[in-house]
Design a binder for this molecule. Sequence first.
Ligand SMILES: Nc1ncnc2c1ncn2[C@@H]1O[C@H](COP(=O)(O)OP(=O)(O)OP(=O)(O)O)[C@@H](O)[C@H]1O
Length: 214
Amino acid sequence: MTVIVLSGPIGAGKSSLTSILAEHLGSQGFYEGVDTNPILPLYYKDMSHYTFLLNVYLLNHRLAQINQAIQEKNAVSDRSIYEDALFFKMNVDSKIADATEFKIYDSLLHNMMAETPGNPSKKPDLLIYIHVSLDTMLKRIQKRGRSYEQLSSDPSLKAYYERLLKYYEPWFENYDESPKMMIDGDKYDFVIDEDAKKEVIQLVDAKLTELGNL
Ligand SMILES: Nc1ncnc2c1ncn2[C@@H]1O[C@H](COP(=O)(O)OP(=O)(O)OP(=O)(O)O)[C@@H](O)[C@H]1O
């Protein structure tokens, strides 16, 4: 049984690497459903108002996926549940979101993820973090063209994206829920470069072998 989750900033390539790894490992891929998320466009218009609702929506959605992934046994998911608190905390620190709302969300998250008799661990076997620079992130956001993410519609998003990257590095350093590995998303453009794709697959295979999962 191997449950892998991807993590990393917007446009890092999580969904693409999920498809690549799911195909390579013969696992089921689980996707976040960004385009079907009804709260996301509202959140980008008014973060103060929608941070709590967005995160409760995502928590519910991700838990449903985790429960399915555990049953599937072999699964790759394009986004970890552990990163959402990073966005929420960042918004609290920037006075965009409310500290009490964060406390309630965080406690809900811990209760949902708690391992109790009859309630098996929801932790993945491996978390893969795709690291990208601000430059790569901005290029990918522009290339993909989701309207609400564009700097052209809201130039203040650049500061938001910059802040987000600064929160990701310590988050990955401190992450200890499962084994983890980092992929350099600036170095390996596994979406368009076949050699880069092969190298990334080899890196992941080596890690899974080291962990006894392959
Ligand atoms: N907890 C959250 N709080 C605020 N915004 C979030 C949260 N989770 C996801 N988002 C937003 O949802 C959108 C999609 O996020 P995500 O980075 O997971 O997917 P993606 O951009 O498709 O990534 P990739 O290209 O790596 O597959 C982004 O605009 C991101 O900022």
